[in-house]
Ligand binder design. Structure first.
Ligand SMILES: Nc1ncnc2c1ncn2[C@@H]1O[C@H](COP(=O)(O)OP(=O)(O)OP(=O)(O)O)[C@@H](O)[C@H]1O
Length: 518
């Protein structure tokens, strides 16, 4: 038995009970990646480096060394928790031309070496027995002061705080207190107090903070997204001398400034709001990290984005917490809001590229939403905010992307194949994955329920490349308009629905027509 077989002969996580699944036809299908559009075996084109620089990632990457990796995808080459080890990834590594996001070169190394028992499951919608709200608890650190690896109980450190126009450190606050500035209102600092951690991603830790003293209700509770800096940026010996250090800094900076600039330009009820920042230079400068490091050599100061707070957490966690089984009306409402958010983005020439359940934040619990059903608030108030714009991109309408980024389970076949892709259509593919997952309580390209060991051993990427998914729970539900959206998005790119077509479908349109904020 080879390594894959031994891993996948056991389910990765417990499964929701789902009765009466018909058998899969997967065994009868070809073993090789095949695509009827003839996209198989295409060589990857030069990769669009997500930093905007004109580097190319080599066609084949030796994953364990990560020497040539340019841009880290959220987790394209790993599935958090499922194996917890890159060598166990179901992705065929030889096919991947792995871009590296924010140049977090050590991140995959860390995944190889750090057991992550508390990491959340992304590849399946089912909670492991010891599910914890934290996904990653240990990542590289620059310095204690820089807070890049704030463990959630390290609250006693002091942290440097910068004011605009100053030449460096002007005040020190306890780490529990954050001084921040609202966008375009740099002359009046606000103070927030740390309440508790609320989430963690590969590139940031997120905390709930509450406003000190002031009474502005909109600013009372905020989510502070604190960037994690890669470990190599802490190597003071290499600062200003090593090419790798400079490249890493530059990529991180490009990615960060792009996320901030895009977030700053967006304004939609169903999209998370960037309210402010701990240091305006992150928003006003095109090279904030290099500017800041000049002022305080050897230390990268913390970057804290002040965001609107969504008290009910992310959609994946909420679905897991209630063990799936979301009511159809609730799925329809949440999905309709999501479509509004993506329609707004695409209408403003922005593609998200990391649409997934974890990046949909809930302003209210499912119980709250249920209680609102017969009240005016149900139509006046949005219930979700789309978050995590770390992979977003502003593009021209006909511009094709080449950066292979996204999350493994949500990535479209054309991204997997390494051919230039239309980012709008890859976003709508991901919407199809999300809607399917809400309907079925499983991800569409996971091994089928009751899969044989052989089926389990197949890579998720193989099933994606062959559009190999099917209905189980909804197989006999002929009147569900939402099924049409899934069927017209988890399909070939030349047949795939655009966001406008999804929006016009009765499943979405009948809901948005009732909403006062749409
Ligand atoms: N505004 C918010 N309100 C409430 N919770 C939030 C907010 N922003 C983020 N979170 C929580 O923190 C988690 C991580 O946030 P986010 O996805 O933005 O970080 P990231 O480092 O960019 O993640 P990724 O690894 O997916 O790239 C989210 O999944 C969510 O649970």
């Amino acid at each position: 038995m080879d390594e894959y077989s031994s891993i996948y002969s056991q389910p990765k996580t417990p499964q929701l009970k789902q009765d009466g699944f018909p058998g899969s036809t997967e065994d009868q299908q070809e073993k090789i990646l095949t695509n009827k559009n003839g996209e198989e075996n295409q060589k990857a084109p030069p990769v669009e480096v997500i930093t905007g620089e004109s580097h190319s990632t080599p066609l084949t990457v030796s994953i364990p060394t990560f020497e040539n990796v340019q841009t880290l995808p959220t987790p394209m080459t790993y599935t958090p928790l499922s194996p917890g080890n890159l060598s166990m990834s179901p992705i065929d590594q030889s096919l991947l031309n792995v871009p590296k996001r924010r140049s977090h070169a050590r991140l995959l190394d860390d995944m190889l070496s750090i057991a992550q028992p508390k990491q959340r499951v992304v590849s399946e919608l089912v909670a492991p027995a010891d599910l914890s709200p934290q996904r990653i608890v240990s990542l590289p650190t620059v310095t204690e002061e820089s807070s890049i690896n704030d463990s959630f109980d390290s609250d006693n450190h002091t942290r440097e705080s910068y004011l605009p126009g100053s030449n460096g450190l002007v005040e020190k606050y306890d780490d529990d207190i954050l001084q921040g500035f609202l966008l375009d209102c740099w002359d009046q600092p606000f103070l927030w107090k740390k309440i508790r951690p609320i989430g963690t991603g590969n590139f940031s830790n997120v905390f709930l903070y509450e406003l000190v003293d002031q009474t502005n209700p909109k600013l009372k509770q905020v989510a502070i997204k604190r960037l994690k800096y890669p470990e190599e940026l802490s190597n003071v010996e290499q600062i200003n001398t090593s090419l790798r250090y400079k490249e890493t800094l530059s990529r991180l900076e490009n990615s960060l400034t792009r996320e901030l600039q895009v977030l700053k330009s967006l304004s939609h009820p169903c999209i998370v709001k960037l309210l402010g920042i701990n240091n305006p230079i992150f928003v006003t400068s095109k090279k904030p990290l290099r500017d800041l490091i000049k002022k305080t050599p050897r230390v990268l100061p913390p970057c804290d984005m002040i965001m609107s707070y969504c008290p009910a957490g992310d959609l994946l966690a909420a679905v897991i917490a209630r063990n799936g089984g979301l009511e159809p009306w609730l799925i329809q409402r949440i999905f309709a809001e999501l479509v509004l958010a993506v329609k707004y983005l695409h209408g403003n020439s922005v593609i998200h590229r990391d649409l997934k359940l974890e990046n949909v934040l809930l302003k209210y619990t499912f119980d709250d939403i249920n209680n609102f059903k017969d009240a005016p608030i149900y139509y006046k108030q949005n219930f979700i905010e789309l978050a995590d714009f770390g992979l977003c991109k502003e593009i021209d309408n006909d511009e094709m992307c080449t950066a292979r980024c996204g999350s493994e389970d949500y990535v479209s076949p054309e991204i997997l194949m390494g051919v230039p892709y239309d980012g709008h259509l890859s976003d709508t593919w991901a919407l199809g994955v999300m809607l399917y997952s809400l309907f079925e309580d499983r991800l569409p390209f996971d091994p089928p329920p009751n899969a044989s060991a052989r089926q389990r051993s197949r890579a998720t990427s193989h099933r994606i490349a062959r559009f190999d998914w099917r209905w189980y729970r909804l197989s006999s539900d002929e009147n569900n308009e939402g099924k049409k959206i899934v069927e017209n998005t988890l399909t070939r790119k030349n047949q795939r629905w655009s966001i406008n077509e999804i929006y016009e479908s009765p499943f979405v349109k009948t809901i948005v027509d009732t909403l006062e904020f749409s």
